[in-house]
Design a protein around this ligand. Structure first.
Ligand code: SF4
Ligand code: SF4
Length: 340
C-alpha cells in the first residue's frame, strides 16, 4: 500500500491506519489474525488507546517478533495529571510489548477544564514532554472532538499530530483544521471515518476522505473482510464520483440538524445529563460490546430520563439540536435495543 509522509514526524505511514477499538469485542486469536491481515495488506500504522480494554494487549500479541521499525504505533492516555499519565504510558508500553511508542496522544481534550488540568503544573502534558525526552514517546499528539479547542491547541505548536472526527457527515474539520494542519505540517488522523459505525458505505467514506492528501483515515476494524474491502478501495485510488457527491448531499440532509457532534458545548446540564453520550447511543451500541455499552452509556441513559425539558442546553448547542426531543429518542432506542 502507498505510504505518505506524516507531517513533521517525517514518518512514512500507510494511506490508512488500523483503528483498535473494535478488536476489544473479539477473541485474542481473532484480533491477532485481523491485525496481521492489516499488516500483510501494507498497513503499517496502528492506532489504539489505553482505555480500549485489551486492545493494546491484543495488538502487542499480533506484532510480536515483527521488526519494530516497520511499524508506526499510536496510543493514547486520558490522564489529566502527570502521575496518572506516566502510569498509563508505562502500561501501554508493557501491553504493546514495545520500548517506545511513535505517537502518544493526550486522549480527548474535550473541555476547557480538562485542557487547564493537562497543561497546568503537574499536568499530563509535562509527563508527555518528559516521555519524549526519555525516548518512550517519539511524537507528542492529542485528540479532541472540539474544533475550537483543537484549533487553539494546534496553534500552541507543541504537538506533531492531531486526531479529530472527520467524515462526510461530521465534516466540521474541513474548514479550519485540515488547512491548519497543513500549514503547521502536523499529521492529521481522521477519527470515525465511517461515523463510528453509522455510515455503512465504505466506498463512499474513503473516496470522500482520500481526496485530502494530508489526512490518514483511522477506521476501526473488527473483521478481515472489512479491512480487505477498505484496503482495496485505497489501493485502487478510487475517485469520488458525481453520483457519490449527490449521495453525500442527500445523506447530509437526512442526518441534517440531528447530528450530534459530541462537542459538549451544551454542558452543563442542571440534571447532570451526559447529553452527547445519549444522543450518540445508536453508534455506541453498534460499535461496542453489550457489557461495555451498558457500563459506558447505561448511567447516562438513566439520567436522561430525568430531563426537565428546561431547554438550557439548546441555547448552547452550536448545531441548534432539539436536545430534549433527541434525548427522548435516544432513551427509546436504548429501551428497544437493550431492554428498559
Ligand atoms: S433540557 Fe434536559 S438536558 Fe437540557 S439542560 Fe435542561 S434538563 Fe438538561
Ligand atoms: S447536543 Fe449539540 S452541543 Fe451538545 S454535544 Fe451534541 S452537538 Fe455538541
Amino acid at each position: 500500500m502507498k505510504k505518505v509522509r506524516f507531517g513533521k514526524t517525517g514518518l512514512m505511514v500507510s494511506r490508512i491506519a488500523f483503528g483498535g477499538i473494535p478488536i476489544m469485542r473479539i477473541s485474542k486469536a481473532d484480533a491477532v489474525k485481523v491485525v496481521r491481515e492489516a499488516i500483510d495488506l501494507g498497513i503499517n500504522f496502528i492506532d489504539t488507546a489505553h482505555v480500549y480494554a485489551d486492545s493494546e494487549e491484543k495488538i502487542g500479541e499480533a506484532i510480536k517478533g515483527m521488526r519494530r521499525e516497520d511499524l508506526v504505533i499510536a496510543s493514547k492516555s486520558p490522564a489529566d495529571d502527570k502521575a496518572a499519565f506516566n502510569k498509563d504510558l508505562d502500561l501501554s508500553l508493557e501491553r504493546l510489548g514495545v520500548d517506545y511508542i511513535d505517537i502518544y496522544q493526550l486522549h480527548n481534550i474535550a473541555s476547557e477544564a480538562k485542557r487547564k488540568a493537562i497543561f497546568g503544573p503537574g499536568g499530563a502534558f509535562e509527563g508527555l514532554q518528559e516521555a519524549v525526552k526519555s525516548g518512550k514517546v517519539r511524537w507528542p499528539a492529542f485528540s479532541s472532538h472540539s474544533i475550537p479547542l483543537a484549533i487553539e491547541i494546534m496553534k500552541g505548536g507543541e504537538f506533531a499530530v492531531v486526531q479529530i472526527p472527520f467524515n462526510y457527515i461530521d465534516n466540521a474539520a474541513e474548514k479550519d483544521i485540515i488547512p491548519l494542519a497543513k500549514e503547521l505540517d502536523m499529521g492529521f488522523i481522521a477519527m470515525k471515518p465511517m461515523g463510528g459505525g453509522l455510515l455503512d458505505n465504505a466506498g463512499l467514506s474513503f473516496r470522500y476522505l482520500l481526496r485530502y492528501d494530508n489526512i490518514i483515515p483511522d477506521p476501526g476494524i473488527e473483521r478481515i473482510e472489512e479491512i480487505r474491502e477498505i484496503a482495496g478501495i485505497v489501493e485502487r485510488e478510487e475517485a469520488l464520483t458525481e453520483e457519490d457527491s449527490k449521495t453525500i448531499e442527500k445523506l447530509r440532509s437526512e442526518f441534517g440538524p440531528s447530528w450530534c457532534h459530541r462537542c459538549d458545548y451544551c454542558q452543563p446540564c442542571p440534571q447532570g445529563i451526559f447529553i452527547s453520550a445519549v444522543l450518540t447511543t445508536k453508534s455506541t451500541i453498534k460499535r461496542l460490546t453489550r457489557d461495555r455499552v451498558k457500563s459506558m452509556v447505561g448511567p447516562a441513559v438513566e439520567k436522561a430520563r430525568t430531563c426537565l425539558e428546561c431547554g438550557d442546553c439548546m441555547t448552547r448547542c452550536p448545531y441548534h439540536l432539539e436536545i430534549p426531543k433527541l434525548l427522548k429518542e435516544g432513551v427509546a432506542y436504548w429501551d428497544a435495543q437493550m431492554g428498559a
